[in-house]
Write a protein that binds this ligand. Structure first.
Ligand SMILES: [Fe+2]
Length: 257
């Protein structure tokens, strides 16, 4: 019978503890569906002519740090701000609306604990931002910013007011259709999607180069607040927001331009 000394057992335990942990290759994020995202260069949207890269992008593999975090579930991004109608003393002017839906990945799986940020102008079409100086009035009871973490089913819900249209300098006398800006992080920073939602029936949609820059009609439909339905006497719009890992569009249209 073999006897194992205490020192040998200790050495074995130490060796086991110090053994290299086998690395599991991180799963890369799915690439975007061709046509579902707007191109970098869309001539009708004047700013993309200045912003679009002149050379083809270099495709990099996802690294461990990109596919593992950071996570939002621990709340470091701050508290949810889902009611934009109660951020000040009084109620903001405008048509109140509920914006609710689910964030899902390309396979339809819910994206839980993902951070959604929302920003919009007020009902007169004016942003609370130093760069927005057009002559619509500011609303002292509306800031136009909110954020929420999706629940286990990927669901989110905001209470806000319908934004107004506003002029921009893309071309002479051009106006943006009513829209709400959204940033969706997905599972990590590397999968951030910055997008906008619109309202069905807006006559400005056909003239809007940003909305029209998405060639895929189905993808454009996802930018619309679909299936309006009454809820407690208010207009309730459900946006089936589908998260596609995508390039970040930076400050695209975050204001007057
Ligand atoms: Fe905007």
């Amino acid at each position: 019978m073999l006897a194992v000394s205490g020192e040998a057992m200790h050495n074995r335990a130490e060796a086991k503890e110090n053994a290299p942990v086998p690395m599991i290759a991180p799963l890369p994020y799915a690439r975007t569906v061709p046509g579902a995202q707007p191109p970098y260069l869309h001539a009708a949207y004047g700013s993309t002519v200045k912003r679009a890269p002149l050379r083809p992008p270099i495709r990099l593999p996802n690294t461990l740090s990109e596919v593992t975090g950071p996570r939002f579930a621990d709340g470091w991004a701050g508290a949810n701000q889902v009611d934009l109608t109660r951020q000040h003393k009084g109620a903001p002017l405008g048509e109140r609306m509920i914006l609710a839906g689910h964030v899902r990945d390309q396979d339809g799986k819910p994206a839980a604990d993902t951070l959604i940020e929302l920003w919009q102008c007020n009902s007169s079409g004016r942003y609370t931002h130093a760069r927005d100086q057009h002559d619509a009035p500011l609303d002292p009871n509306f800031s136009g910013a909110g954020q929420v973490l999706t629940d286990a089913q990927g669901a989110y819900r905001f209470l806000t007011i319908k934004p107004g249209a506003y002029p921009w300098r893309n071309t002479y006398n051009s106006w943006r259709p009513a829209h709400i800006h959204l940033s969706v992080f997905g599972p990590a920073f590397a999968t951030r999607l910055v997008t906008q939602m619109y309202f069905p029936g807006d006559p400005l949609l056909d003239l809007d180069p940003i909305f029209q820059s998405t060639a895929d009609a189905e993808a454009r439909a996802l930018d619309l607040a679909l299936r309006p339905e009454p809820q407690r006497g208010r207009v309730c719009s459900r946006l089936p927001l589908r998260h596609r890992p995508a390039r970040t569009r930076g400050d695209a249209h975050g204001g007057m331009r």
